[in-house]
Ligand binder design. Structure first.
Ligand SMILES: NC(=O)c1ccc[n+]([C@@H]2O[C@H](COP(=O)([O-])OP(=O)(O)OC[C@H]3O[C@@H](n4cnc5c(N)ncnc54)[C@H](OP(=O)(O)O)[C@@H]3O)[C@@H](O)[C@H]2O)c1
Length: 257
């Protein structure tokens, strides 16, 4: 993701916060009003900004969690202690203003992948964000026979959107699999190893009942940079193909922070 943080935005507006949903003390979702002319695809990110008390303008990119058909825009935020923007955003509530740049960015777009029988959406932490938009939108479900969303977090209260995904999986049994992974709070019946470890041992495929092979599977990876590096190594070893300009591939990566 583009790390640019301070710049003069090309075109932006002040939007209003319409809802705040807190998942954990350091993690929450923010909904804001959407400029009428702003268009995006699931997987895109855009910049939120604030003018701070010292007069500095700070902008940061965040994945858009809402679907293109929704009236508002939604973002999943993680507090970065001592960070320039998230502590200030954390202090805002419904009705407060936040700056929004009218520019959708990024290449973590599901249609870059060739259509396949099985789509794996792998996320750590707030790397979940783009998949929320994709699953709410539903287009990915039309291009792939089955989708498995695997979300790895340290503690169970960081399983943002879990109820929404459980409901989706219950509505589409056998087509959508929701697989929460909690690594630092083991519980009977819940996966607790890191995603790459469970892929290499075969435990993840066995748990979901879905293969991860380059022939009929597609894999999207979003989250911790060490996780994406590790997944690239594993998928290269299984002959997955990257998405290149004009060529559909079988694996796609987003370095989230
Ligand atoms: N700058 C930003 O924009 C930004 C965004 C998000 C988070 N952060 C910062 O990052 C820190 C941690 O956030 P987080 O809880 O989302 O982090 P995290 O350390 O990425 O942990 C989330 C999940 O990913 C797993 N994980 C970590 N490294 C992995 C790897 N190499 N391969 C596979 N799985 C891996 C963790 O397992 P384990 O429990 O085994 O480690 C955990 O289940 C926080 O301090 C946060 O402030 C910064």
């Amino acid at each position: 993701m583009d790390p640019t943080t301070r710049h003069s935005a090309q075109r932006w507006s002040n939007e209003r916060i319409t809802a705040v949903q807190r998942w954990a003390p350091h993690q929450w979702s923010l909904r804001i009003t959407r400029p009428a002319d702003f268009r995006f695809q699931p997987g895109h990110y855009a910049k939120l900004g604030l003018a701070l008390a010292d007069g500095q303008e700070v902008w940061r990119p965040y994945s858009i969690v809402s679907a293109p058909a929704e009236d508002d825009l939604e973002f999943l935020l993680t507090l970065v202690p001592g960070g320039a923007l998230t502590p200030a955003l954390d202090a805002l509530g419904v009705g407060d203003a936040v700056r929004f740049e009218h520019l959708a960015m990024g290449f973590f777009i599901e249609t870059q992948l060739a259509a396949g029988d099985r789509l794996w959406m792998l996320a750590t932490g707030s790397g979940l964000g783009p998949y929320v938009s994709m699953l709410r939108d539903g287009a990915a479900l039309e291009r792939h026979g089955q989708i498995a969303l695997v979300h790895s977090v340290r503690y169970a209260n960081e399983l943002a959107y879990a109820d929404e995904f459980r409901a989706l999986a219950a509505r589409l049994p056998g087509r959508v699999h929701y697989v929460p992974v909690v690594t630092r709070e083991p519980q009977e019946g819940r996966l607790s190893q890191r995603i790459p470890v469970m892929i290499e041992s075969g435990a993840l495929e066995a748990h979901v009942g879905m293969a991860m092979d380059a022939q009929g599977s597609r894999v999207m990876v979003c989250g911790n940079p060490d996780f994406t590096t590790e997944m690239r190594r594993i998928l290269n070893g299984r002959a997955f193909q990257p998405c290149r300009r004009g060529l559909s591939g079988s694996m796609l990566f987003e370095k989230y922070w």
